[in-house]
Design a protein around this ligand. Structure first.
Ligand code: AKG
Ligand code: FE2
Length: 317
């Protein structure tokens, strides 16, 4: 029941996304809503996304399996959820009373995701299974995307450069703009038209699926209504991540790694302790799952700066 048709899988290959109305049944939605209530209580970070409790995530294994099987024909290899399931609320949902941080809602401009690319390093074999669970108005508070076929027709070179990658930000005006390279620094490419001319915003109701490849440009449509969506992140557990690629990159990458230094320190230490230059995604995700989330406040700034500097130096040789 969770399978995609061949035509739907082909859309993900050609356009970078597919929209499938009425994907989840009400009982699935209820489970996910209960998971959100739990996540609000448990996640101490009160960040703009919340981590889905493991016991809720595991109930969706049949869905993950069905999507993985049906997307293979479209040249995308994924086999499970690594790095967890996430909840995105676009409003400041009830903060955890123990946290000193104020809750904030998600409202992001044009981007390809950053941390998932820094950590897992491939956004082609990477699916974002995005499903609203609370959605008062189908026409508001969606995810807006730049379909790859539309972009290819207007800016073929830029389109080519965005394929398979992540960690990028769109800086736009009515006349054009550019996409910054938040992996290496600098600019990926420029365009001389308004992205609004080629963007698309599927109208989503609770339970509708928006299946996105990790490399598609996307943004929050608006925060005019209060919406919560789940976002399962599917990857290929056999693919490896590289210690050297993690360490290299520009200033924006270093700053974002510093902001998330709890997780990045754990990953670097794992490479160091095991004396490995590459580690399969499944192995690293398993390790991170076992140690649990490490808030950045638990890692001293200087410790992390020194650790990253050492890794950068080492990657040089
Ligand atoms: O929910 C949103 O508005 C943004 C979500 C997003 O950027 C993502 O799923 O990667
Ligand atoms: Fe995103």
């Amino acid at each position: 029941m969770y399978e995609l048709t061949e035509a739907q899988a082909a859309q993900v290959d050609k356009r970078g996304f597919v929209y499938i109305p009425g994907y989840l049944r009400e009982s699935d939605l209820e489970l996910l809503r209960e998971g959100f209530r739990l996540a609000l209580e448990r996640d101490p970070n009160n960040d703009y996304f919340r981590i889905m409790p493991g016991e809720v995530l595991s109930k969706f294994q049949p869905m993950v399996q069905a999507i993985s099987d049906s997307i293979r024909g479209a040249g995308i290899t994924v086999d499970g959820v690594y790095g967890g399931g996430l909840y995105f609320a676009n409003y400041a949902a009830r903060p955890n009373p123990e946290s000193k941080k104020k809750a904030r809602g998600v409202a992001i401009g044009w981007h390809q995701d950053h941390d998932s690319y820094y950590m897992w390093q491939d956004h082609h074999n990477y699916l974002n299974v995005y499903i609203p669970i609370d959605k008062p108005d189908p026409d508001r508070s969606n995810l807006t995307v730049v379909p790859f076929d539309n972009l290819k027709a207007r800016a073929p070179e830029l389109c080519e450069k965005l394929l398979g990658r992540g960690a990028a930000t769109g800086w736009t005006s009515n006349h054009g703009g550019f996409i910054s390279d938040d992996e290496r620094g600098g600019v990926i490419g420029r365009f001389d038209f308004d992205l609004a001319e080629i963007e698309e915003t599927p109208s989503l109701k609770a339970g509708d699926l928006l299946l996105l490849r990790g490399d598609i440009l996307h943004r929050t449509q608006d925060t005019l209504t209060q919406r919560v969506a789940v976002s399962f992140r599917l990857m290929n557990g056999q693919a490896t991540i590289s210690r050297k690629k993690l360490a290299t990159g520009g200033f924006v990458k270093s700053r974002l790694m510093y902001n998330g230094r709890g997780a990045y320190k754990a990953i670097i230490r794992y490479f160091q302790r095991n004396r490995k230059n590459t580690v399969p995604i499944a192995e690293m995700a398993h390790y991170l799952g076992n140690i649990g989330p490490t808030p950045p406040s638990k890692v001293r700034p200087l410790t992390f700066v020194a650790l990253l500097a050492w890794e950068k130096l080492r990657a040089f040789f």
